[in-house]
Design a protein around this ligand. Structure first.
Ligand SMILES: Nc1ncnc2c1ncn2[C@@H]1O[C@H](COP(=O)(O)OP(=O)(O)O)[C@@H](O)[C@H]1O
Ligand SMILES: [Mg+2]
Length: 298
Protein backbone atom coordinates (compact mmCIF):
# COMPACT_ATOMS: atom_id res chain seq x y z
CA UNK A 1 0.00 0.00 0.00
CA UNK A 2 1.21 3.51 -0.84
CA UNK A 3 0.13 6.16 1.67
CA UNK A 4 0.74 9.88 1.04
CA UNK A 5 0.82 12.11 4.13
CA UNK A 6 0.57 15.83 3.51
CA UNK A 7 -0.70 19.26 4.50
CA UNK A 8 -1.97 22.11 2.38
CA UNK A 9 -1.14 24.90 4.82
CA UNK A 10 1.39 25.52 7.55
CA UNK A 11 3.45 22.95 9.38
CA UNK A 12 0.96 20.82 11.32
CA UNK A 13 3.36 17.94 11.99
CA UNK A 14 3.36 15.98 8.72
CA UNK A 15 6.89 14.62 9.12
CA UNK A 16 6.36 13.69 12.76
CA UNK A 17 3.10 11.92 11.99
CA UNK A 18 4.61 10.15 8.97
CA UNK A 19 7.38 8.74 11.18
CA UNK A 20 4.76 7.68 13.75
CA UNK A 21 2.55 6.05 11.11
CA UNK A 22 5.43 4.05 9.66
CA UNK A 23 6.81 3.14 13.10
CA UNK A 24 3.41 2.03 14.37
CA UNK A 25 2.15 0.24 11.22
CA UNK A 26 0.81 -3.12 12.36
CA UNK A 27 3.18 -6.02 11.80
CA UNK A 28 3.91 -8.25 9.97
CA UNK A 29 3.69 -5.68 7.15
CA UNK A 30 7.09 -4.10 6.45
CA UNK A 31 6.82 -0.31 6.63
CA UNK A 32 9.20 2.08 4.91
CA UNK A 33 9.15 5.86 5.10
CA UNK A 34 10.02 8.03 2.10
CA UNK A 35 10.62 11.68 2.73
CA UNK A 36 9.36 13.39 -0.42
CA UNK A 37 9.02 16.96 0.81
CA UNK A 38 9.99 19.39 -1.96
CA UNK A 39 10.93 22.01 0.63
CA UNK A 40 13.75 19.74 1.82
CA UNK A 41 14.03 16.94 4.32
CA UNK A 42 14.24 17.04 8.11
CA UNK A 43 14.59 13.38 9.05
CA UNK A 44 18.26 13.11 8.09
CA UNK A 45 19.21 16.11 10.23
CA UNK A 46 16.96 15.10 13.13
CA UNK A 47 18.44 11.61 13.33
CA UNK A 48 22.00 12.50 12.22
CA UNK A 49 21.81 10.22 9.19
CA UNK A 50 24.51 10.05 6.53
CA UNK A 51 23.86 12.22 3.45
CA UNK A 52 23.54 9.04 1.33
CA UNK A 53 21.84 6.76 0.54
CA UNK A 54 18.54 8.60 0.33
CA UNK A 55 16.11 10.26 -2.07
CA UNK A 56 18.88 11.57 -4.35
CA UNK A 57 20.62 8.21 -4.77
CA UNK A 58 17.21 6.54 -5.22
CA UNK A 59 16.25 8.98 -8.00
CA UNK A 60 19.51 8.22 -9.83
CA UNK A 61 19.13 4.46 -9.45
CA UNK A 62 15.45 4.54 -10.48
CA UNK A 63 16.44 5.80 -13.94
CA UNK A 64 18.07 2.45 -14.64
CA UNK A 65 15.97 -0.02 -12.70
CA UNK A 66 12.47 -0.58 -11.36
CA UNK A 67 13.54 -3.33 -8.97
CA UNK A 68 11.04 -3.41 -6.04
CA UNK A 69 14.05 -3.78 -3.70
CA UNK A 70 15.43 -0.40 -4.80
CA UNK A 71 13.58 1.56 -2.14
CA UNK A 72 14.91 -0.65 0.63
CA UNK A 73 18.43 -0.44 -0.78
CA UNK A 74 18.38 3.36 -0.55
CA UNK A 75 17.02 3.51 2.98
CA UNK A 76 18.86 4.20 6.21
CA UNK A 77 17.57 2.97 9.54
CA UNK A 78 16.16 5.07 12.38
CA UNK A 79 16.86 4.13 16.03
CA UNK A 80 13.75 1.94 16.36
CA UNK A 81 14.65 0.01 13.18
CA UNK A 82 12.40 1.93 10.78
CA UNK A 83 13.88 2.18 7.26
CA UNK A 84 13.73 5.69 5.80
CA UNK A 85 14.65 7.16 2.44
CA UNK A 86 15.54 10.66 3.59
CA UNK A 87 15.32 13.78 1.43
CA UNK A 88 18.27 16.18 1.32
CA UNK A 89 17.70 19.25 3.52
CA UNK A 90 18.35 21.51 0.53
CA UNK A 91 15.05 22.35 -1.23
CA UNK A 92 16.56 22.61 -4.73
CA UNK A 93 18.17 19.18 -4.45
CA UNK A 94 15.01 17.68 -2.96
CA UNK A 95 12.85 19.10 -5.77
CA UNK A 96 15.25 17.87 -8.43
CA UNK A 97 15.30 14.36 -6.96
CA UNK A 98 11.50 14.34 -6.68
CA UNK A 99 11.00 15.61 -10.22
CA UNK A 100 13.19 12.78 -11.50
CA UNK A 101 11.52 10.19 -9.29
CA UNK A 102 7.89 11.23 -9.64
CA UNK A 103 7.62 11.86 -13.37
CA UNK A 104 4.08 13.13 -14.13
CA UNK A 105 3.85 10.79 -17.15
CA UNK A 106 4.95 7.62 -15.37
CA UNK A 107 3.74 8.44 -11.86
CA UNK A 108 5.86 7.37 -8.96
CA UNK A 109 6.91 4.09 -10.60
CA UNK A 110 9.53 2.84 -8.18
CA UNK A 111 7.44 3.75 -5.14
CA UNK A 112 4.37 2.07 -6.61
CA UNK A 113 6.30 -1.07 -7.43
CA UNK A 114 7.62 -1.40 -3.88
CA UNK A 115 4.26 -0.49 -2.34
CA UNK A 116 2.38 -3.08 -4.40
CA UNK A 117 4.08 -5.96 -2.59
CA UNK A 118 1.47 -7.46 -0.29
CA UNK A 119 3.87 -7.51 2.68
CA UNK A 120 4.89 -3.84 2.38
CA UNK A 121 3.57 -0.37 3.05
CA UNK A 122 5.33 2.75 1.82
CA UNK A 123 4.51 5.89 3.78
CA UNK A 124 5.43 9.04 1.87
CA UNK A 125 5.86 12.40 3.61
CA UNK A 126 4.83 14.75 0.78
CA UNK A 127 5.15 17.88 2.93
CA UNK A 128 2.96 20.89 2.20
CA UNK A 129 1.45 20.30 -1.18
CA UNK A 130 -0.13 22.29 -3.98
CA UNK A 131 -1.10 21.38 -7.52
CA UNK A 132 2.38 22.27 -8.85
CA UNK A 133 4.31 20.24 -6.28
CA UNK A 134 6.74 17.69 -7.71
CA UNK A 135 5.32 15.29 -5.10
CA UNK A 136 1.86 15.50 -6.69
CA UNK A 137 2.35 12.46 -8.98
CA UNK A 138 3.05 10.44 -5.83
CA UNK A 139 -0.17 11.68 -4.20
CA UNK A 140 -2.17 10.89 -7.33
CA UNK A 141 -0.83 7.36 -7.52
CA UNK A 142 -1.22 6.68 -3.78
CA UNK A 143 -3.77 4.19 -2.45
CA UNK A 144 -4.61 6.48 0.44
CA UNK A 145 -3.94 10.06 1.47
CA UNK A 146 -3.79 11.46 5.00
CA UNK A 147 -4.26 15.23 5.08
CA UNK A 148 -3.19 16.88 8.33
CA UNK A 149 -4.65 20.23 9.24
CA UNK A 150 -4.81 22.40 12.29
CA UNK A 151 -8.34 23.23 13.38
CA UNK A 152 -8.20 27.01 13.64
CA UNK A 153 -10.48 29.27 11.58
CA UNK A 154 -7.78 30.30 9.09
CA UNK A 155 -6.66 26.70 8.44
CA UNK A 156 -10.23 25.53 7.96
CA UNK A 157 -11.21 28.47 5.77
CA UNK A 158 -8.26 27.70 3.52
CA UNK A 159 -9.16 24.03 3.42
CA UNK A 160 -12.85 24.63 2.70
CA UNK A 161 -12.00 26.40 -0.54
CA UNK A 162 -9.87 23.52 -1.77
CA UNK A 163 -11.60 20.49 -0.30
CA UNK A 164 -13.49 19.50 -3.42
CA UNK A 165 -10.29 19.39 -5.49
CA UNK A 166 -8.26 17.75 -2.71
CA UNK A 167 -10.84 14.97 -2.35
CA UNK A 168 -10.17 13.93 -5.95
CA UNK A 169 -6.43 13.52 -5.63
CA UNK A 170 -6.58 9.97 -4.27
CA UNK A 171 -9.13 7.17 -4.13
CA UNK A 172 -9.07 7.09 -0.31
CA UNK A 173 -8.55 10.56 1.17
CA UNK A 174 -8.73 11.12 4.92
CA UNK A 175 -8.41 14.22 7.08
CA UNK A 176 -6.76 14.37 10.50
CA UNK A 177 -7.06 17.38 12.78
CA UNK A 178 -4.01 18.42 14.78
CA UNK A 179 -3.95 19.97 18.23
CA UNK A 180 -6.52 22.33 19.68
CA UNK A 181 -8.96 24.63 17.88
CA UNK A 182 -12.44 23.86 16.62
CA UNK A 183 -13.94 20.64 17.87
CA UNK A 184 -14.17 17.63 15.58
CA UNK A 185 -17.93 18.07 15.55
CA UNK A 186 -17.68 21.71 14.49
CA UNK A 187 -15.19 20.90 11.75
CA UNK A 188 -17.37 18.09 10.44
CA UNK A 189 -20.36 20.40 10.38
CA UNK A 190 -18.53 23.35 8.80
CA UNK A 191 -16.62 21.40 6.15
CA UNK A 192 -19.22 18.72 5.53
CA UNK A 193 -16.55 16.02 5.80
CA UNK A 194 -15.77 13.78 8.71
CA UNK A 195 -12.25 13.95 10.17
CA UNK A 196 -10.73 10.54 10.72
CA UNK A 197 -9.52 11.64 14.13
CA UNK A 198 -7.39 14.14 15.98
CA UNK A 199 -3.64 14.14 16.55
CA UNK A 200 -3.15 15.35 20.12
CA UNK A 201 -0.60 17.91 21.22
CA UNK A 202 2.10 15.52 22.45
CA UNK A 203 5.48 17.21 22.91
CA UNK A 204 7.16 14.13 24.41
CA UNK A 205 5.91 11.80 21.69
CA UNK A 206 6.86 14.36 19.02
CA UNK A 207 10.33 14.76 20.53
CA UNK A 208 11.21 11.09 20.24
CA UNK A 209 9.76 10.96 16.71
CA UNK A 210 11.96 13.95 15.81
CA UNK A 211 15.14 12.44 17.26
CA UNK A 212 15.31 14.82 20.21
CA UNK A 213 16.25 13.73 23.73
CA UNK A 214 13.12 12.70 25.59
CA UNK A 215 12.03 10.77 28.62
CA UNK A 216 10.53 8.33 26.09
CA UNK A 217 12.78 5.96 24.15
CA UNK A 218 12.49 4.22 20.79
CA UNK A 219 11.87 0.52 20.64
CA UNK A 220 8.88 -0.87 22.43
CA UNK A 221 8.24 2.06 24.74
CA UNK A 222 8.70 5.15 22.53
CA UNK A 223 6.28 5.79 19.67
CA UNK A 224 4.19 2.82 20.75
CA UNK A 225 3.26 4.32 24.09
CA UNK A 226 2.99 7.98 23.16
CA UNK A 227 -0.37 9.55 22.36
CA UNK A 228 0.97 10.28 18.87
CA UNK A 229 1.95 6.64 18.43
CA UNK A 230 -1.47 5.47 19.51
CA UNK A 231 -3.40 7.66 17.06
CA UNK A 232 -0.95 6.68 14.29
CA UNK A 233 -1.66 3.01 15.03
CA UNK A 234 -5.42 3.62 14.89
CA UNK A 235 -5.12 5.50 11.60
CA UNK A 236 -3.03 2.67 10.13
CA UNK A 237 -5.73 0.17 11.07
CA UNK A 238 -8.46 2.29 9.43
CA UNK A 239 -6.39 2.69 6.25
CA UNK A 240 -5.80 -1.06 6.10
CA UNK A 241 -9.50 -1.75 6.59
CA UNK A 242 -10.41 0.62 3.75
CA UNK A 243 -8.07 -0.96 1.22
CA UNK A 244 -8.60 -3.91 -1.03
CA UNK A 245 -5.65 -6.21 -0.24
CA UNK A 246 -2.51 -5.76 -2.30
CA UNK A 247 -3.69 -3.65 -5.24
CA UNK A 248 -1.56 -4.66 -8.24
CA UNK A 249 -2.22 -1.44 -10.15
CA UNK A 250 -2.66 2.16 -8.96
CA UNK A 251 -6.20 2.97 -7.94
CA UNK A 252 -7.68 5.64 -10.12
CA UNK A 253 -8.63 8.94 -8.53
CA UNK A 254 -12.11 10.06 -9.64
CA UNK A 255 -12.36 12.15 -12.78
CA UNK A 256 -13.28 15.81 -12.36
CA UNK A 257 -16.88 15.22 -13.41
CA UNK A 258 -17.43 12.35 -10.97
CA UNK A 259 -18.51 12.83 -7.36
CA UNK A 260 -15.85 12.60 -4.66
CA UNK A 261 -16.37 9.13 -3.19
CA UNK A 262 -14.98 9.57 0.28
CA UNK A 263 -13.22 12.09 2.48
CA UNK A 264 -15.67 10.74 5.00
CA UNK A 265 -18.65 12.86 4.05
CA UNK A 266 -20.92 13.42 7.00
CA UNK A 267 -24.27 11.72 6.54
CA UNK A 268 -27.11 14.19 6.60
CA UNK A 269 -24.97 17.28 6.06
CA UNK A 270 -26.17 19.06 2.93
CA UNK A 271 -23.72 20.56 0.47
CA UNK A 272 -24.07 24.12 1.62
CA UNK A 273 -22.82 27.11 -0.34
CA UNK A 274 -19.44 28.47 0.68
CA UNK A 275 -19.78 31.50 2.94
CA UNK A 276 -17.75 34.68 2.57
CA UNK A 277 -15.11 33.48 5.00
CA UNK A 278 -14.65 30.29 3.02
CA UNK A 279 -16.35 27.98 5.51
CA UNK A 280 -19.59 26.27 4.68
CA UNK A 281 -22.62 27.74 6.37
CA UNK A 282 -23.41 25.58 9.34
CA UNK A 283 -26.69 23.64 9.28
CA UNK A 284 -28.38 22.83 12.57
CA UNK A 285 -26.33 20.14 14.35
CA UNK A 286 -27.51 16.68 13.31
CA UNK A 287 -28.39 14.32 16.15
CA UNK A 288 -25.66 12.03 17.53
CA UNK A 289 -22.93 13.86 15.66
CA UNK A 290 -20.37 12.82 18.27
CA UNK A 291 -21.16 9.17 17.67
CA UNK A 292 -20.07 9.24 14.07
CA UNK A 293 -16.73 10.92 14.79
CA UNK A 294 -14.51 7.86 14.51
CA UNK A 295 -11.58 8.12 16.89
CA UNK A 296 -11.90 11.89 17.11
CA UNK A 297 -12.40 13.87 20.22
CA UNK A 298 -13.87 17.28 20.62
N1 LIG B 1 1.40 16.22 17.81
C1 LIG B 1 2.40 17.05 18.14
N2 LIG B 1 2.50 17.55 19.39
C2 LIG B 1 3.48 18.38 19.75
N3 LIG B 1 4.47 18.78 18.90
C3 LIG B 1 4.44 18.31 17.63
C4 LIG B 1 3.42 17.42 17.19
N4 LIG B 1 3.66 17.12 15.90
C5 LIG B 1 4.78 17.77 15.56
N5 LIG B 1 5.26 18.49 16.58
C6 LIG B 1 6.45 19.35 16.57
O1 LIG B 1 6.23 20.38 15.63
C7 LIG B 1 7.41 20.65 14.90
C8 LIG B 1 7.14 20.53 13.42
O2 LIG B 1 6.79 19.18 13.15
P1 LIG B 1 6.98 18.55 11.71
O3 LIG B 1 6.48 17.17 11.79
O4 LIG B 1 8.37 18.77 11.23
O5 LIG B 1 5.96 19.43 10.86
P2 LIG B 1 5.78 19.53 9.26
O6 LIG B 1 6.40 18.31 8.68
O7 LIG B 1 4.30 19.63 9.05
O8 LIG B 1 6.51 20.77 8.86
C9 LIG B 1 8.48 19.68 15.39
O9 LIG B 1 9.30 20.34 16.33
C10 LIG B 1 7.68 18.59 16.09
O10 LIG B 1 8.39 18.01 17.17
MG1 LIG C 1 7.90 18.09 7.26
Amino acid sequence: MLVAVLSVKGSPGVTTFSVALAARWPSPTRALLVEADPSGGDVGTRFSLESAPGLVSLAVAARRSDDPALLWQHAQVLPGGLPVVAAPPDADRARAALSALADPTTGAGVLRTAASASDSVVIVDCGRIDAGSPAMPIVRSADAMVLLTRAHADDLAHLARRLNAIGRWTAHPAMLLVGDGYSTTDVARELGVLPLGRVPHDPHGAAVLCGRPSTLRWGRSGPAHSALGQIAHKVAKVLIAEQAPAPAVPRQAPADNQPVPVLHAVPGVPANPISVNGLRLAPPPPPNMENISRGGQA
